[in-house]
Design a protein around this ligand. Structure first.
Ligand SMILES: [Zn+2]
Length: 79
């Protein structure tokens, strides 16, 4: 891959630092960049069994997700 000096689309990875639930009882990860991202367990489309247990969520803290909001240059999310 040739470096263009800019971030490529796969480079905007942000660590999960905390979680909360939205008003529809879906889990939302809080990312290091200040953005929120849903981490639904909604099989068979989205399988994240770890999000359904406290141990699983704890074990995924620090895991990096691709943040589309960073790619779009959006400001930080608020609860
Ligand atoms: Zn972000």
């Amino acid at each position: 891959m040739v470096s263009s000096g800019r971030y490529d689309i796969n480079s905007m990875k942000q660590k999960m630092i905390d979680y909360h639930k939205d008003e529809e009882d879906h889990w939302v990860a809080q990312l290091a960049c200040g953005h929120f991202q849903h981490v639904r367990h909604d099989p068979p489309w989205t399988s994240r069994p770890w999000v359904t247990t406290a141990e699983g969520r704890d074990s995924m803290l620090g895991f990096e997700l691709n943040c589309k909001k960073c790619d779009q240059g959006l400001g930080p999310d608020h609860k």
